[in-house]
Design a protein around this ligand. Structure first.
Ligand code: COA
Ligand code: AMP
Length: 629
């Protein structure tokens, strides 16, 4: 096979530095690099060492200067509120400069952290870019997380400032952000000096005197001020994005400036087949990595128009909302999670809404964030009549590890596979002892170091945790914590996580973190949380609890309290709604809880009796409690 993809992959293998140096020509640098990759910097080396650049300049100012000033940079479309707004690149520059002036007036300088806790409004994007403009490091926290999760991130990132909003809007309810913000600031050990709060018309909030300022007032007062882009090192952090780890402590994934821009800019044409000036829509949330990379940075780096969509695939107002947005704004490519399509398919199985809109400009659908089940892909292909591209990546990488690069010529699709490794990634499958396994055999999916540009250089302030979590188990490789296999043609199949991460509606969650919350309930003696199959969300968490003896509590009441506790401490996004009370948990003789077997029972799968099980009869009890006898 010698497609353009295969040629480029070979070119990268032969000379990675040259490959990335060429890709880097598409970025404006204030100082060129001393070395494309410096193996002696950081934990495993760093990209574009010695270079200086500014990500906001490349996303905004460069396009204003280069003839795109009047082109739409961002279209805000909010079916949940009815609001719509378009910002040209010139408007975006003016908004970003004004906010950057406000941040600078508050004493925020290069390297300072700013947390952004906002719903899907244009101001969230403006906030990210304003930080990038002055070299501050942003950390966006998803709105569906509770105060406690926000507090954990405040303590880890130690921000000088938080930018937030009075509320977010979910179907049927207004989510008041301000009480969550106040509670988080109150609980956190690190003290935050100032907050900027966007007052939304749906529900305002009280501002704390001496700490909070009104976003709109502050920005209005600063409008028209010139705030230059600060040149930072290519290796300086652009942002920290927290993602679920195996404990309640989330991991602060660090993204640098230079490598991130190079990889993302390259991906827009090669992987997504998008030209500058086209409209690209990632229907995700800025709180997730897909939002960072493909709502904000990549489309803007590429001079595209991006869509900020505040709504859901169904119910806002109906299962035709995606098609309405695509047709109204001339979207060329949509990127979302398979769960969104499962939701649409459930509400509109025949796809009857699709025919009501003109989708003639729509070329490709991209899916990621969870395994794309072949049924969903077939349904989307059949109804939309465009290529449906699955691709696999992680918060840690920020862009595709394996995909089908339509811009280089689409490769044949194998359903159930996100296709092949992208240039930059030497993906291998190893057994638990670290030996390569043959084609078609399941194993640990790893990437040979160094990781390509944009991938995390470390975890925020914690090189050791980075090594422990990702590098130590398979020396010389990055452990993805996904298990799967590669076929004879190099196609990858991503089958399951090897840790306790589950994927609920495309959201990455830690069952370990949920167990920590349950264990804090006085009536819970022991617990285990497993991800069980869910037709719409892919997986959903199910808690098994053993109640503390001698306390005479009603199991149904305790279950209700457990559900409320996870919602209050992790957030509604955990979607924790199922608790089963059991007498004992199944364990090995060495005391390890057999979570995998519990999941198999819950999913109604055949399972092999674990050889090391302490007491096999417990499995029958579990099956009975789940009604799966
Ligand atoms: N702020 C506050 N609460 C939020 C929130 C936010 N930003 N986002 C979600 N929640 C809440 C929801 O309202 C829901 O609350 P509920 O228990 O009171 O109903 C809960 O968190 C679970 O949300 P979710 O898992 O998203 O379920 P849902 O039923 O609201 O929606 C989908 C299901 C499939 C429609 C939705 O998850 C979706 O559109 N997902 C696809 C795309 C996506 O965002 N992927 C992420 C990475 S690409
Ligand atoms: P996140 O960091 O939230 O992007 O989640 C990353 C994890 O989601 C991966 O490690 C996989 O387990 C899963 N994932 C993402 N995309 C895919 C895909 N296309 N196919 C299978 N699993 C995926």
């Amino acid at each position: 096979m010698s497609s353009r993809y295969h040629q480029l992959f070979a070119a990268w293998q032969n000379d990675p530095d040259r490959f990335w140096a060429e890709a880097a020509q598409a970025i404006d640098w204030s100082k060129p690099w001393d070395s494309v990759f410096d193996p002696d910097m950081g934990v495993y080396g760093q990209w574009f060492a010695g270079a200086r650049c500014n990500t906001c300049y490349n996303c905004v100012d460069r396009h204003v200067e280069g003839g795109r000033a009047d082109q739409a940079a961002l279209i805000y479309d909010s079916p949940i509120t009815g609001a719509k707004r378009t910002l040209s690149y010139r408007d975006l520059q003016s908004e970003v400069q004004a906010l950057a002036a406000v941040l600078a007036d508050q004493g925020i300088v290069k390297g300072d952290r700013v947390i952004i806790y906002m719903p899907m409004v244009p101001e969230a994007v403006v906030s990210m870019l304003a930080c990038a403009r002055i070299g501050a490091v942003h950390s966006v926290v998803f709105g569906g997380f509770a105060a406690n999760e926000l507090a954990t991130r405040i303590d880890d990132a130690t921000p000088k400032m938080i930018i937030s909003a009075s509320c977010g809007i979910e179907p049927g309810r207004i989510v008041a952000y301000k009480p969550l913000l106040d509670a988080a600031i109150e609980t956190a050990r690190h003290k935050v000096g100032s907050c900027l709060v966007l007052q939304r018309e749906q529900q305002g909030c009280e501002l704390v005197a001496g700490r909070d300022a009104d976003y709109a007032d502050a920005v209005a007062a600063a409008r028209g001020r010139d705030v230059p882009c600060v040149a930072v090192k290519a290796t300086d952090p652009l942002y920290i994005l927290y993602t679920s780890g195996t404990t309640g402590e989330p991991k602060g994934v660090v993204r640098d400036n230079g490598g991130h821009m190079v990889a993302l800019k390259w991906s827009m044409q090669a992987i997504y087949g998008i030209e500058p000036g086209e409209v690209f829509w990632a229907a995700s949330d800025v709180g997730w990595v897909v939002g960072h990379s493909y709502i904000v940075y990549a489309p803007l780096l590429h001079g595209c128009t991006t869509i900020v969509f505040e709504g859901k695939p169904v119910g806002t107002p109906d299962a035709g909302t995606f098609w309405r947005v695509i047709s109204e704004h001339n979207v060329a490519a949509l990127f979302t999670a398979p769960t969104a399509f499962r939701a649409i398919k459930k509400d509109d199985p025949d796809g009857s809404f699709i025919g009501r809109y003109d989708l003639s400009r729509f070329r490709t659908l991209f899916l990621a964030g969870e395994r794309a089940d072949p049924d969903t892909i077939h349904w989307a292909e059949d109804k939309l009549k465009v290529p449906v591209i699955d691709h696999w990546w992680q918060t840690e990488t920020g862009w595709t590890i394996a995909g089908n690069p339509v811009g280089l010529g689409q490769l044949p699709v194998k359903y159930g596979s996100p296709t092949v490794a992208m240039p930059g990634y030497d993906v291998q499958i190893l057994d638990d002892a670290g030996h390569p396994v043959e084609a078609g055999k399941l194993g640990n999916i790893v990437v040979k170091l160094p990781l390509p540009p944009s991938c995390l250089p470390t975890l925020w302030g914690n090189d050791q945790r980075f090594r422990d979590a990702y590098l130590d188990e398979f020396p010389g490789y990055y452990k993805t914590s996904d298990a799967g296999y590669k076929d004879e043609d190099g196609y990858l199949f991503i089958m399951a996580r090897t840790d306790d991460i589950i994927n609920v509606a495309g959201h990455r969650l830690s069952t370990g973190a949920m167990e920590e919350v349950l264990a804090g309930h006085p009536d819970v003696a022991e617990c285990a949380v497993v991800g069980i199959a869910d037709a719409m969300k892919g997986q959903s968490p199910c808690g098994f609890i053993v109640m503390t003896s001698g306390r005479d509590r009603d199991p149904a009441e305790v279950a209700k309290e457990c559900i409320a506790k996870v919602r209050a401490e992790i957030g509604p996004v955990a979607a924790f709604k199922q608790v089963v009370t059991v007498q004992r948990l199944p364990k090995t003789r060495s005391g390890k809880i057999l979570r995998g077997t519990m999941r198999q029972i819950a999913d109604g799968e055949d399972y092999k009796m674990p050889a090391t099980i302490d007491d096999p009869a417990i499995l029958d009890e579990i099956a009975a409690a789940l009604g799966k006898e």
